[in-house]
Structures are given as structure tokens and as C-alpha cells.
Design a protein around this ligand. Structure first.
Ligand code: SF4
Length: 506
């Protein structure tokens, strides 16, 4: 097995940095269908450029490299313990090289292990089979989309759709509801893996397994094939759009499987994956561990370029913001404005927000820009921190804290993705602050805007949760919640809810 370690590291690296061709094709179709010049189209421009940048730099497509989940098939007689150990080593090495973000957090102590290893991480599914080779498939699915997974126990009542019964019509309502409830928080356009039936725990597992199908395949079951096609058609009429900005590109795939269920239970389990749909696989020689063939990609084929232009096309109407920001500057902004930030910002997400409820900030946040982001960071040879991936995280998790942070410490701009709720919107109106939506998953694009990392605070929380001080240039984002009580997110949620109701009546 002299090549096993190299093969596994290559599998992880390619999965994290090089989106598979079927996902690229689906994203090209989605981008082509979007109305040019809209916010959704602008978001897609950044996403497409980001996909190219990740390949060029062999950097993570998105900073959240998720819970590495391996599906392994081995011939009878192959030592699975040895393979498990080799995968653990490869995961730790990929983390050290910045291909994976350290994502394994002890649920009792809150401590990040730093190398992606820990209790039940990564996730393994071993199976034996009667073929001669070893097959290893890997999916990296981040927290933003993982949090939008949803399970329905039918019959149930669904917002905007009414009762979902124990039949295919009820299943369809659940799946459409799953797309609607995700809005932009799972970095739409997304893809769904669905399991109809099974029990609660296994249903979720089977839903995730559907994500190992290629996006362009056709379900061999004609009933499910029809359902998949109907969902694709109807979901893309809801108007969620890229990043939930409103638009035509809401879903790039829907893959549905069915499993037998108990007479008393009827679950519909939905695994929501984001546009950064990272899954690949390899076949390995069982004697040497060398890669004999890739799954989902052909390494001999040139990787197609995705960018349609220069990425984010500047119009000259962008508002330049140079922190510290003033109340008057924030009150002059309105929903839909595009801003370019030049200067200092501070990262802070779950642990930092919780910390700020009981402790003063380690830096002066008056007039500051607070970025919801858990980056991939590495130290260079001279000991300086460098940003390897730095897209926004889902902001709604900070909803219980953000109003207080704005009020107590004078934060003027919050950057994240997916928007925030009514409490934060009210605080922004009262104190003069805005929410800026950066493009989710565009980790390479945003990493390139960072000119310097002047410092880091609260590093004891681990790399993704520390308070990083960044100096950026040309950091682009869209105002989606302003200081006048307007929220694009609330508007899109309302109009897409109405679209769901209209579909129901049609
Ligand atoms: S693209 Fe968005 S949802 Fe997907 S892993 Fe990245 S941050 Fe999470």
C-alpha cells in the first residue's frame, strides 16, 4: 500500500479545491438562466470566478470544508483498520496544508482539535464488496447548508403549503418547503438529496447518499424521475435566487430515493447542499493503494473555466467605505447598494459573539466592520498569518447577540451571508448600522482582497472562531439590510412564500 497516503491526500485536495464537472455544468446552466445585471447574477459572477481561483491556487473553494464523510468499499480480505488509519493521517495532513479547515470541535469542552480529528470525526462508512479494487468516495458539506437539512414527519402542516399528506403530493410539498426554508442561508443555488421513508436516523443518511449521484443522471425509477424533474422546475420558479437575493437560480439538482418505512412512520428527509457541492471519489489498486481511476471527474480532461468576465464587474456606482464608519455614512446607504470596503475589519462569529456578551471587546469596535467568517489561516515561513480562504458564514446564528453588539460597542457594519432577523434590523435602524451580504462560499475571491493580517485575538477559541484583524482592499458586498428598517431577506422570504402558495393553487 505504498501509494495509499498520496492517493488519499490527492482525493481530499481535489475534493476541496476542484468542483466536479457535473456541478460546474449545473452552475453554468444556472448562471445562464439568471437575468443579467441582477444581484443574483452578480453573486453568480463572483461564485464562478471563485471556482476558477480555487483550482488555480489549489485552495479550498469554500473556507468551510465541512465534516469530511468517507464512503469506503473494500474487497473481502482488505484490512479496513489500516485504511481508516491512513485516512486519519491524510485528513490531518490536508488540514496542516490548509486544504481543510480545522473543523472538529469537542462538543463538551468547545475545544477545536486543530487537525480535524476527534470523536466521530471524520465520518466513515465502510462496506465490503465483491470487486477487486477499493473505492473511496468523499463529500465535504459545510455547516451553513448542513444546518438547512430538514426532516418532515407526514402528515404535517407546512407554512404556505397547508397539509402534506402521506402520498407523493405530500412529499413534493415537503421538498418544495425545504427549498423555501433554506432561502440563501445554505448558499443557494443548492442541490437536494432526499429520502422518502426509512426511520429518522437512517433517513437522513440515505438522503445524504443521494448526493453521491451525479446531478445530470436520471433516476431509474420513473416515478421518482418525474418527481425530481417537477421539483427542479417548480423550485426554480419560487424566486429565491443565488444567495437568496431573489432570482431564477435556486436549485441545481434534486436527487430522490425511497426506502421502506414502518407503518406508523412516514419521514421525508432532505439533505441540502450548497453550490459548493464538493464530492469526488477514487478507485484504488488494492495491493498498492494507487489511484486507478477517478469518479466524477476525468483528470485527463482540461478543467473548464467558469468565470464570465472579471468576476465582479464594477459599475462605478459602488460606495467606497473606509472604516471607521460613521452613523451618517450608514444612514446614507440603502438596500441594493454595492459597497467596496478598503481598510480594517474584524472577524467574529459564534464564540466571539458569546464572549462579547460578558466581556469587553479586545479591540475598539466603534465604527467597525464585523465580519462573520471562520477562515482558513496558515502561518508562512516568516511566522506571519496568511489567509487561505475567507468567505462569509451564516449570520442568523448571531441573531440572539448582534443587536447588543451594535448597541454596546458601536459596530456600524456587519458582514455575513443569509441575512439577520427582526431584532438586529431594529437595532440597525435605531443606532445607524447596516448588514452587508458577502457572497457565500466565495472563499478564494475574498481571501484575495486581504492585504494584511495585522493581528489576532481570542485565538484560544481555535482558528475558525478567533477574532482576526484584517486589512482589505476592494472587499465587495451588497447592502441587504439598511438603517431604515428595510431587509431584502424579509422581502424575498415573503415573495417566495407567496410563490409557494400560487404553485399550490395552480
Ligand atoms: S458555500 Fe456556503 S453553505 Fe456551502 S460550505 Fe461554504 S459557507 Fe457553507
Amino acid at each position: 500500500m505504498e501509494f495509499l497516503a498520496t492517493s488519499l491526500l490527492e482525493l481530499i485536495t481535489q475534493t476541496s479545491t476542484n468542483l466536479p464537472p457535473d456541478v460546474r455544468a449545473a452552475m453554468s446552466l444556472a448562471a445562464g438562466a439568471e437575468t443579467p445585471g441582477t444581484q443574483s447574477s452578480q453573486a453568480l459572477d463572483i461564485i464562478l470566478s471563485n471556482i476558477d481561483m480555487a483550482v488555480d491556487d489549489e485552495g479550498p473553494i469554500c473556507q468551510d470544508t465541512g465534516m469530511p464523510t468517507f464512503i469506503i468499499h473494500t474487497p473481502v480480505g482488505v484490512n479496513q483498520i489500516r485504511i481508516r488509519k491512513a485516512i486519519l493521517d491524510a485528513v490531518a495532513e490536508a488540514t496542516r496544508l490548509g486544504k481543510l479547515r480545522p473543523n472538529s470541535v469537542d462538543s463538551i469542552t468547545g475545544k477545536n482539535s486543530g487537525n480535524n480529528l476527534g470523536e466521530e470525526t471524520p465520518v466513515f462508512h465502510f462496506e465490503q464488496w465483491e470487486e477487486d479494487e477499493i473505492e473511496i468516495k468523499l463529500i465535504l458539506k459545510g455547516g451553513g447548508c448542513e444546518n438547512k437539512n430538514i426532516q418532515y414527519s407526514v402528515p404535517c402542516n407546512l407554512e404556505h403549503l397547508g397539509r402534506a399528506d402521506r402520498n407523493l403530493e405530500g412529499v413534493k410539498k415537503c421538498i418544495l418547503h425545504a427549498v423555501w426554508q433554506a432561502q440563501g442561508q445554505g448558499c443557494s443555488p443548492g442541490a437536494l438529496g432526499v429520502c422518502i421513508g426509512s426511520d429518522r436516523a437512517h433517513g437522513y443518511e440515505l438522503a445524504k447518499q443521494q448526493l453521491f449521484r451525479t446531478l445530470d443522471d436520471v433516476n431509474p425509477n420513473p416515478v421518482l424521475a418525474k418527481l425530481e424533474s417537477e421539483i427542479m422546475d417548480e423550485a426554480n420558479k419560487l424566486g429565491v435566487g443565488a444567495m437568496g437575493f431573489g432570482g431564477k437560480a435556486s436549485l441545481i439538482g434534486c436527487k430522490i430515493g425511497a426506502a421502506n418505512r414502518l407503518p406508523a412512520s412516514f419521514f421525508v428527509s432532505v439533505a441540502y447542499d450548497c453550490w459548493a457541492f464538493r464530492r469526488l471519489g477514487v478507485r484504488l489498486d488494492a495491493a498498492t493503494g494507487a489511484i486507478t481511476r477517478w469518479l466524477y471527474r476525468d483528470p485527463a480532461r482540461k478543467v473548464e473555466r467558469m468565470a464570465r468576465g472579471e468576476g465582479f464587474a464594477l459599475t462605478g456606482r459602488e460606495v467606497i467605505l473606509t472604516p471607521p464608519l460613521t452613523e451618517a455614512q450608514m444612514r446614507a446607504l440603502k438596500v441594493g447598494d454595492v459597497v467596496l470596503i478598503n481598510g480594517d475589519m474584524f472577524m467574529g462569529r459564534d464564540n466571539v459573539h458569546s464572549y462579547l456578551m460578558k466581556n469587553p471587546p479586545p479591540v475598539d469596535l466603534n465604527g467597525a466592520v464585523l465580519y462573520h467568517c471562520g477562515p482558513v489561516m496558515l502561518k508562512d515561513a516568516s511566522g506571519r498569518w496568511t489567509v487561505k480562504a475567507a468567505g462569509p458564514t451564516t449570520s442568523i446564528r448571531e441573531e440572539p447577540y448582534e443587536a447588543d453588539v451594535i448597541k454596546r460597542y458601536g459596530v456600524r457594519a456587519v458582514i455575513g451571508k443569509g441575512g439577520m432577523g427582526a431584532k438586529t434590523l431594529a437595532a440597525m435602524k435605531e443606532f445607524g448600522a447596516v448588514y452587508l451580504n458577502a457572497i457565500g462560499g466565495a472563499a478564494q475571491y475574498y481571501a484575495r482582497t486581504v492585504e494584511e493580517v495585522p493581528g489576532v485575538y481570542l485565538l484560544e477559541f481555535g482558528i475558525p472562531e478567533a477574532m482576526w484583524h484584517l486589512r482589505v482592499k476592494g472587499f465587495a458586498a451588497i447592502v441587504t439590510m439598511d438603517a431604515h428598517g428595510n431587509s431584502l431577506h424579509a422581502d424575498v422570504e415573503k415573495t417566495t412564500g407567496e410563490a409557494l402558495e400560487a404553485l399550490q393553487k395552480a
